[in-house]
Design a protein around this ligand. Sequence first.
Ligand code: T4K
Length: 375
Amino acid sequence: MSEDILVVKPSLPPYEEYIEEIKDIWDTGIMTHTGPKHVELQAKLEKYLEVDHVELFANGHLAMELGLNAFGFKPGSEVITTPFTFASTTQAILRNGLVPVFCDIREDDFTIDVDKIEELINYRTVAILPVHVYGNICDVKKIQEIADKHGLKVLYDGAHAFAEKYDGVNVSNFGDMTMFSFHATKVFNTVEGGCLTFKDESYKQKLIGLRQFGQIIHTDSVPYIGTNAKLTEIHAAMGLCNLRHVDEYLEKRKEVVNCYRKMLSDTKGIRLSIIQENVSANYAYFPIVVEEAETGVTREMVEQALLKEGIFSRRYFYPLTCDFECCAASRVHIDVPVARHASERVLALPCYSDLKVSDVERICNVILNTVKKNG
Ligand code: T4K
């Protein structure tokens, strides 16, 4: 009997390495509040991500929420974004009292359709929040052109895009800010955690303040309405260990994705995301779109066939976030046929660094047999 295969699994450093890393926390008793591990991880990430500034947060969601907050937009202002994403992206906009305006996505890589952005801009528009979904990088050049033309800020949801480069430039450098998630299920993890990257130093003090109760640290001054979004030393220690191994994790993920592509390319009724030639990929997710019109086989049939074999896939991302009940009062624009088509047919297949190639072959064979038997 084969073991169950989950859709994602954390990449973990050797147990002994982590224990060694947290030893001095026991000696110093410094557990949180921008301690030495936090400071070390921040510096190492600035180097690894080749960016001027990194600020760390308790998770990717809070990083994004506070990044938006730091821009200081008037409540009710509009932010152009996509609904084909995890709940967090849209929630970050709503929790800032801003209005998400939903733009459709491209069919081939699921990122924001840049040709549809400008028609959504009006006098209330203040920002664009595009998502590098599955690690597919948005058309960052065109987005910057539009933002410059209309005086808009750009915050990238790069939750899936850690370590990627676009035309040789680390993606942490695009837009005004980029958020990366360090959740346990991500390419690089601190168990829970996340960061913002940015080039403009003037955001730094405000972000640090927002992260720690609105204070200017080590003073009595509390100029901002902040929260508690600090990354603990225990989490930072996991980050320090994982950063030593992240390039190995990426290599293993590459093998997994290459095997999927080899076995599933040219399968009738199964559409794969395009390979972005100018992006050095991190192989974060492996989505397929099950086009039932071609074979009669639906996503649900594939999902169930996998489940029968103990293989867990996920409908990332269904439903569209614009269909969430909590968006009902504020969704300004929901004409998103391409996103809707993808969301109703997409299935993320298991993808993580420890997934064996033999297991990928097993997963693909279940899919191929399902298509052959029913298609
Ligand atoms: N923006 C985007 C585009 C995102 O995708 C995300 C998060 C964010 C923003 C926000 O970043 P964070 O605030 O999370 O840093 C999971 C992750 O929790 C979430 O981080 C991720 N995106 C999202 C795509 O997936 P769920 O609700 O699907 O997770 P869950 O608990 O059902 O777990 C999924 C699988 O992972 C299961 O098969 C079990 C496995 N797993 C999970 C955990 C928590 C493990 O093996 N170990 C674990 O510790 O959201």
